[in-house]
Each structure stands twice: as C-alpha cells, then as structure tokens.
Design a binder for this molecule. Structure first.
Ligand code: FE
Ligand code: FE
Ligand code: ZN
Length: 294
C-alpha cells in the first residue's frame, strides 16, 4: 500500500523536514508544496538538503511515488503569461528536487466562458511545454467557476495538449462534483472509457463535509464525512488502483472542542485506520491525546 499525506516543506530543512514528517506518520509516500500554496514566493532549493532527504527515504519511500502540488493560485485558464512563467519555474524546482510528478488544478474560467477557459488552459500548457516532470491535472469539485469538474473536461484538456499529461483523482472533489462514490466501479469504468485508466497516477483520499453534487470542496477526516469509511476503503484497496500513490489531505484537528485553531495532523491515526481496515470512532480524541502529551 502506497499511502501518505500532505506534509510541510519549510525553509530551514526543506525536503528533509518533509521526509521526517512523512515517516512520523508511518507513510510510504507524501505530497508537498515547494513553498506557500497561496503565493508564488519561493526560496532556492538547497541540493545538500535534497540529497540528505533522499538518503532518509532509502528503503522506505520510493521517490517516484512522491507528489509535488503546484500552488493553487496559478490559474492557467486566464490569458496572461504569469501562470505560464510561474509553472515553468515550478517545474524546474520539481526537477531540481528529483521529483517526477506535479499535481495541478486546471484553473477557473472566472469571467470567461467555459470554452475560452479550457482553450486558455490548453494553450498555456502548450506554452509551458514538456519537461521531465509529468503534470497531473486534478479532478475538481466545480466550486465557483472551476474547470476540470468532470472527466470530459479533463479529457478535453489532455487531448489539446501536445505532450503527455496525467490525472490525479480527488475523492472529495468528485463526490462534490456529482459522482456517486457508493459505486466506485462504475466511476472507474467511466474514467477508463473517457480518459483511460493508464493516465491515473495519483489519488487524493479525502472524506467530504458535503453531500454529493454540492460543489463545495471541504475535506473531512476519513470516515467522518458523507463518503464514509467503507466506501473509502474500497477505493484505497481497489485492485485497479494498486501501485498508485494515495494521498490524504484531510483537516487538522483542534486542541479541544472549544479552540478553533487546527493544530494536530490526523495522518498518523488515519493511516493506522486504513492499514487496519478498521474505523476508529475515537479518532479525534486519540489524535488530541497523542499530541497533547508531546
Ligand atoms: Fe489539489
Ligand atoms: Fe486534492
Ligand atoms: Zn480540495
């Protein structure tokens, strides 16, 4: 089972910190942003730290299963060149980090039509051009004017780009986009018919705070949302998804019921539940007890 979570990438230790965090959760992979996801300020990559991190990963985490996430403010559906330039730079950083896969939100059409938005995404990806890094388009919830909210839109983009592009399926997003996760076989068949299962290179495993087709995109802890533990387990252990990295992006947990600040990562305990295939109905308290004692 190749499973891990989103982890941080901080100034001082860079990838070393990310690997240490992933290993502390019992992960066999991880995903990170190379800087703050909401801005494009980036500090130089320290190659010594990268080498140290790769050494730390040895025999535990295969670098080919590690995922980088592009900052979500890159909007390739817009017609200006800022997103293109930044994505080019980001791909260089990903290469320098020896990583092979970058997850990207396709973009939002904002004031443009859906067709113009999709056309811009295709043109901009063609301007960015092929690199050693495989770009994975993420399936979106369809919040606001988000594009890539169904398999047909993703396919349209893939077909327009003149080099290979992969896909990252997000369980919370497709639930919110209207796909019924109680019948995942049917979703995979549809994915295979429209896009082709060979394009699927990453799965984001999240429960959802909202009902199917609500277009909200609010993640929930595993087994605590509307998708539910059993449906998520079926997805995680699905035969056709063997060997594909599964990444948790579930919300942090607050110190206690009164505090709003989300301080504690849930991943160690969620991964444990997943590996045991047994729902923990005391998850939140177990997380609080563990980190309060730290
Ligand atoms: Fe994402
Ligand atoms: Fe996601
Ligand atoms: Zn999301």
């Amino acid at each position: 089972m190749i499973i891990g979570s989103h982890v941080s990438f901080k100034k001082d230790k860079q990838l070393v910190g990310s690997v240490e965090e992933a290993l502390s959760y019992g992960s066999t992979t991880f995903m990170f942003y190379t800087g703050a996801p909401q801005n494009t300020n980036r500090q130089p990559i320290d190659n010594n730290l990268t080498e140290e991190a790769i050494e730390l990963m040895r025999d535990k985490i295969d670098i080919n299963n590690v995922i980088v996430h592009a900052p979500y403010i890159i909007n390739l559906a817009s017609s200006n060149d800022f997103a293109v330039d930044f994505l080019k730079q980001e791909l260089k950083r990903v290469e320098q980090l020896k990583m092979t896969k970058l997850v990207l939100h396709p973009g939002s059409s904002v004031k443009l039509s859906r067709e113009e938005g999709i056309k811009n995404i295709i043109d901009n990806l063609n301007k960015v051009g092929q690199s050693k890094v495989l770009i994975l388009l993420e399936t979106m919830a369809g919040k606001g004017t988000e594009l890539g909210k169904n398999f047909l839109e993703i396919k349209e983009i893939i077909d327009g780009v003149n080099y290979p592009i992969g896909v990252c399926l997000d369980t919370c997003h497709i639930n919110d986009a209207g796909y019924d996760l109680t019948n995942f076989d049917k979703i995979l068949d549809l994915f295979d018919d429209i896009i082709g299962l060979d394009k699927l290179k990453c799965v984001h495993i999240n429960d959802s705070k909202n009902l199917i087709n609500t277009h909200k995109d609010r993640h929930e802890n595993i087994g605590y949302g509307t998708i539910g533990f059993d449906n998520l387990i079926k997805i995680i252990y699905h035969d056709k998804l063997k060997g594909i990295p599964k990444i948790l992006e579930t919300p942090y947990v607050s110190k206690d019921d009164t505090s709003k600040e989300k301080l504690y990562p849930p991943y160690k305990f969620e991964i444990e539940m997943i590996l045991n295939k047994k729902f923990n109905d005391n998850l939140i308290n177990d997380i609080r007890n563990y980190y309060n004692d730290f």
